[in-house]
Design a protein around this ligand. Structure first.
Ligand SMILES: Nc1nc2c(ncn2[C@@H]2O[C@H](COP(=O)(O)OP(=O)(O)O)[C@@H](O)[C@H]2O)c(=O)[nH]1
Ligand SMILES: [Mg+2]
Length: 327
């Protein structure tokens, strides 16, 4: 996902007005006589102001992701990052302003064409300038909001929503990063993620022609959900939309510093929170301790059963329709 790439810089209300009026101020058209010249010049100025404003506003409406079609973004992430209600409201306001300016432009053009009085022509122009200024002023806060939203979208991880994705969970130091590195075909990259300081780690694994994502989420799925504040909970909810399959890592050696009882209760909490997402439970550090519990036991240290973990992961990811991973 890369929401920000195609979105242009959002002008403030002042900048947009300056741009339009400045462009128009440079226009003069010569006519067959003084009235004709005046008329043609004012028609061209009004057209320029109207078109610059409408084109600019329409570009925002068309390039910011719509919340109606969910293919190329995650509404839950957008909600956390900017607030979905305000986002929709602001896009709606920009769309409204564009329509208003277009109508006022056409009305002014008609009145100018109809008139034979240079003073009337001039007053239609200045009336039009005043009205469009006021409309742009009315959506000033919305432009500002969308400008901020664009910047915040840059923080979102460049995760493809349509590539089947494995998310790895478990307490700190249980061996998540090492197994992600073992499973990944390519070197994992670190991407920023809203409300975590550490970012998320995105690895890739290939199975024939298919490329899958493996995501390690330091700070997100490594503590009980009950201990989370509202924003962290939302971030976890958003993460749910990235997850097609979960791998939960338990460390029975407890060398991670967390007793198995706590690890198992986190597992239950994640199981509930990610209800409906296929869950693979695997026990790490089999070189240190094996439980005989029936879960896959692996060791990134010796390589034992890393292939079994990989096979289980690929088996589950293989069930996800490719190209529509996230639902
Ligand atoms: N003995 C042993 N140590 C491991 C194994 N996997 C990870 N570790 C060690 O456990 C610590 C935490 O591993 P890491 O992958 O960073 O855990 P994470 O915090 O869950 O990502 C590191 O010191 C690793 O070297 C393993 O299979 N066997
Ligand atoms: Mg780690």
């Amino acid at each position: 996902m890369d929401l920000s790439r195609k979105i242009p810089t959002v002008l403030s209300a002042e900048e947009l007005k300056d741009k339009a009026f400045h462009r128009a101020s440079k226009i003069t058209v010569t006519g067959t006589n003084a009235l004709d010249g005046k008329k043609k010049t004012v028609l061209a100025k009004v057209t320029a102001v109207g078109d610059i404003m409408v084109d600019t506003l329409d570009r925002y409406v068309n390039t910011f992701p719509r919340m109606e079609k969910e293919e190329d973004f995650f509404p839950e992430l957008v909600d956390i990052v900017v607030g979905l209600d305000q986002y929709k409201k602001s896009l709606g306001a920009i769309n409204w302003a564009s329509g208003r300016v277009e109508r006022l432009k056409n009305e002014a053009l008609r009145n100018i064409r109809r008139s034979k009085d240079p003073r009337v022509i001039e007053s239609v122009r200045s009336g039009f300038y005043g009205r469009v200024s006021s409309i742009i002023g009315q959506v000033s806060a919305d432009l500002e909001f969308l400008g901020g939203a664009r910047d915040k979208f840059r923080m979102l991880p460049s995760v493809s929503p349509d590539v089947p994705t494995l998310v790895v969970a478990g307490f700190p130091n249980v061996g998540k990063s090492r197994i992600v590195a073992e499973l990944s075909t390519a070197e994992p990259e670190i991407a920023p993620y809203p409300f975590t300081t550490k970012g998320i780690v995105i690895g890739h694994v290939k199975d024939g022609w298919k490329d899958y994502q493996i995501i390690d989420t330091p700070g997100l799925l490594d503590r009980p959900l009950e201990d989370r504040n509202a924003i962290e909970r939302q971030a976890i909810v958003a993460l749910k939309y990235l997850s097609d399959v979960l791998l939960f890592v338990l460390d029975p050696s407890e060398s991670c510093g967390y007793p198995m009882e706590k690890q198992e209760s986190l597992l239950e909490s994640v199981r509930e929170g990610f209800d409906g997402v296929p869950l693979i439970v695997a026990e790490s550090k089999s070189d240190l301790r094996k439980t005989g519990s029936g879960n896959i036991c692996f060791s990134s240290e010796t390589g034992e059963n890393v292939d079994v973990v990989l096979a289980a992961v690929l088996h589950e990811l293989g069930k996800i329709p490719y190209g529509e991973g996230t639902s």
